[in-house]
Design a protein around this ligand. Structure first.
Ligand code: DC
Length: 231
């Protein structure tokens, strides 16, 4: 289905590991829109910090990071044939590296830094300025695209999210326990919701989608109904 009438801007926010990106990718594919994973951008900056010794015990060397931020180039590619989205840092493929539990454990402290957020929001707004975009994250409907045509706030119980993420990481061969994954999710929820700048919260005009008991198909059907109402 291609939306020929109006190229919408669709914001999908919500808690960590609730399947935002899976649904957002399917939706973008269905509508023939661009998909942007804003969380991947914060993960890239985090990986950069880790690889350049700019983060230790949850403390970021903000002075150095600020100096380096303009040297961090992030881009995404999409392969239509195998439907794979890939993330690149300064020309190097980092898709797998940014998804590890080590990066997940460090990303919240990096993503709460004001100048990092400012830069990522600028990049995200630039990527979305032509419309026809599905972007997922934490502040897309509240900060990045406050005038988005459609806003969805996704959530699911911590247990359901931890089990899904655990399965995903285990399948990739990541040696991690279910408890470690659940603890990481709870910690990230707390930091995301309580940080000073752009905390995770539902935009007033966002539709809530609790997918604890929904299949992927059901989630997509629900969102497409909303898209059709907006087009
Ligand atoms: O969506 P994700 O779990 O890959 O995101 C990684 C982290 O980045 C998450 O813990 C919070 C942060 N993030 C954010 O602060 N703002 C966004 N728009 C997207 C992600």
């Amino acid at each position: 289905m291609e939306n020929k009438t109006k190229k919408l801007t669709i914001a999908i926010d919500g808690h960590s590991s609730c399947g935002k990106s899976t649904v957002a990718k399917s939706l973008a594919e269905e509508l023939n829109y661009t998909y942007i994973d804003s969380g991947a951008m914060y993960r890239v900056v985090t990986l950069f910090c880790m690889e350049n010794n700019l983060i230790k015990n949850d403390v970021v060397d903000e002075i150095k990071l600020q100096e380096e931020l303009n040297n961090i180039s992030i881009h995404f590619t999409y392969n239509k044939a195998n439907k794979k989205y890939l993330t690149w840092l300064n020309g190097l493929l980092v898709e797998d590296k940014i998804r590890t539990i080590e990066v997940s454990n460090n990303v919240s402290v990096v993503s709460k830094i004001g100048f990092v957020r400012k830069k990522m929001v600028q990049l995200q707004q630039e990527m979305g300025k032509a419309g026809g975009i599905v972007m997922d994250g934490r502040d897309i409907g509240t900060v990045v695209f406050p005038n988005a045509d459609l806003k969805i706030f996704m959530t699911a119980s911590v247990n359901v999210r931890a089990e899904r993420r655990f399965k995903e990481l285990s399948e990739k061969g990541d040696c991690v326990s279910l408890k470690e994954v659940a603890d990481n999710i709870e910690k990230r929820d707390y930091i995301d919701q309580n940080r000073e700048i752009s905390p995770l919260k539902k935009a007033d005009d966002a539709f809530i989608l609790d997918n604890s008991d929904l299949t992927r198909e059901q989630q997509l059907t629900n969102i497409i109904e909303l898209v059709n109402q907006k087009s």
